[in-house]
Design a protein around this ligand. Structure first.
Ligand SMILES: NC(=O)c1ccc[n+]([C@@H]2O[C@H](COP(=O)([O-])OP(=O)(O)OC[C@H]3O[C@@H](n4cnc5c(N)ncnc54)[C@H](OP(=O)(O)O)[C@@H]3O)[C@@H](O)[C@H]2O)c1
Length: 234
């Protein structure tokens, strides 16, 4: 049975992804930072890590490999979003966003790669954002970190293609879980009005896309950023 490491499994989208993949034939390594999941599906084990710390990441990967034997698939879903206008943002805040949204996912991947290279199979998905493509007021650090993932995806895909390891990003529009709950209702209504399909994204449709990307059938699909955004950006 393959092992999926879901980073940020404790968050809004992570919880929905966990629900979806727990009904399938996988071992689930569920990462959390501050919010330990209260009840776990049968085939799941929880692992704590602050992805700003490389030692935490090394321990996380070692613990997952020890528990399940290996790591086959990583859903790099942990991330933060702070709203702050550029000329008021402190350097520490910028670096925090970069550490969690870009450097952390890189290091999680880096430390899992020896297992994937050895077994000549791997599926890596990064969670980018439409904000990387369009920009958003108050989201400079977030947009830069999510755009960084797109470049990271392309380079890793080229480095790993000969080992049957694919690397892709999903640039999400606005989804009906997680971070969207921090957006005030009137602003949410405005966002929805601008989405051509006129609704927020359904996390299950994200999970369905991931389910295809991590399958054997998607072995030829690598280095891409897939836009899942209801037509908001194309
Ligand atoms: N929701 C959307 O509409 C949307 C749109 C575009 C992109 N995305 C991307 O999708 C991903 C998930 O978003 P979400 O809406 O589910 O967000 P969320 O509910 O805020 O969840 C964020 C996750 O990141 C984890 N995390 C935060 N700081 C961390 C740290 N220092 N080290 C390790 N983990 C940390 C949290 O862990 P704890 O809760 O355990 O502390 C949580 O599991 C993010 O990468 C986000 O940028 C979301």
């Amino acid at each position: 049975m393959k092992t999926i490491l879901i980073m940020g499994a404790s968050g809004g989208l992570g919880t929905e992804l966990t629900k979806y993949f727990s009904a399938k034939e996988y071992n689930l390594a569920l990462h959390y930072f501050e919010n330990e999941p209260k009840s776990l599906p049968l085939n799941a084990v929880g692992f704590q890590a602050d992805i700003r710390k490389e030692d935490d990441i090394k321990n996380l990967i070692a613990d997952v490999a020890k528990t399940f034997g290996t790591i086959d698939i990583i859903l790099n879903n942990a991330g933060i979003s702070k709203s702050e206008i550029s000329w008021k943002a402190e350097k520490d805040s910028w670096e925090d966003t970069m550490a969690i949204n870009l450097t952390g996912p890189f290091l999680v991947t880096k430390h899992a790669l020896p297992f994937m290279r050895e077994q000549q199979f791997g599926r890596i998905i990064f969670m980018s954002s439409i904000v990387a493509q369009t920009g958003f007021v108050g989201a400079s650090a977030y947009a830069a970190s999510k755009a960084g993932l797109i470049g990271l995806t392309k380079s890793l895909a080229k480095e790993l293609a000969n080992k049957n390891i694919t690397v892709n990003s999903i640039a999400l529009g606005y989804f009906n879980a997680g971070m969207i709950n921090d957006v005030p209702d009137d602003m949410q209504a405005q966002l929805i009005a601008n989405i051509p399909v006129k609704k927020l994204g359904d996390p299950e449709q994200l999970a369905e896309l991931m389910n295809y990307l991590i399958s054997d059938k998607a072995a030829y699909l690598t280095g891409q950023t897939l836009n899942l955004n209801g037509g908001l950006y194309s």
